[in-house]
Design a protein. Sequence first.
Length: 339
Amino acid sequence: MNDVEKQVATARATVMHVRCPDRLPEEVYRRVLELLAGLSPVVQALPPSAALVELKGALRYHGTDVAHLGEILRVRTISHLGVDVRVGIGPTITVAATASAQVTGPGGALAIAPDQVADWLAPLPVDDLHGIGPRQAAVLRDYGIHTVGLLATVSPATVQRLLGKKAGRLAADRARGIDPRPVVPRNLPASAAVRHRFTSHTLDGAVVRATLLDLVVQLGLQLRRRGQTARALTLTLRFAGGTAWEKTRRLPEPSAHEDDLRTLAYQLMDAAGLQRARLTGIGLRAEDLIDAGQVAEQISLDGARESRLVAEQAMDRIRKKFGPGSIGPATVVPLRRAS
């Protein structure tokens, strides 16, 4: 392939995945997003420290190739913010995100042309393919599938039997470089919160617990509708006399599922050590939000949990059609009727 052909092939790699340094302050992250918006109007924030950019229009506007755009971005983030970034560019989100993770050091740019995808992905460990979680990779390795190239040669039906129907289909497609997801312009809020104020000072532990469960249901639905997951929860309790108690804990894995949120919310409530405290209000806030598409879908050996997740999807469809209060845990129904 001559230089002109290489330029044309690379130009078709139009998705950019940007990784900022870990623990980047939010205000600096927002300024990185502003610099990305200067390259392309189609920017999808992936908090807390990553982003996607669609480059098709940007290539025509800037009159250059994608690799050069990646270097332009690095120069701007370093000169304006003192921050270097790792940039991956490819024909799909999966390839671009996998490429950015392969950049060593604090910064750099790696562009993979469409005709290079199969050869470039093949030798990578399955763990390195964006979207493959540790548990999925462990299952694949147990069956002798150690590289992305080997995964690509296994029939999709076999991968589905190993990882589950949906996760297996996604893994088989992405190992072959198939990922039809578009870059969707999105600047996600940093947190999501729900709260309840009691009409009178409340001592009843059962009422408090049922109220917390109702907040969990509301918060999970809010996150799933936004396409977000939470890495942490903050519980705030307000008492008669104007005092308050607040505590934050991180989830084992990012989630928007009621099962996971409820477990952590109850742990936070237990940590408060309430006995005869008179409550005036409860608040539950999801923190450190990230885009749901950024979270690898993990397989589970817990059949009961999988059934609850299927039921959650069905309830979300009912809520979408008949309203958020149309279905939910039995213990919260009296609360909703009273409110």
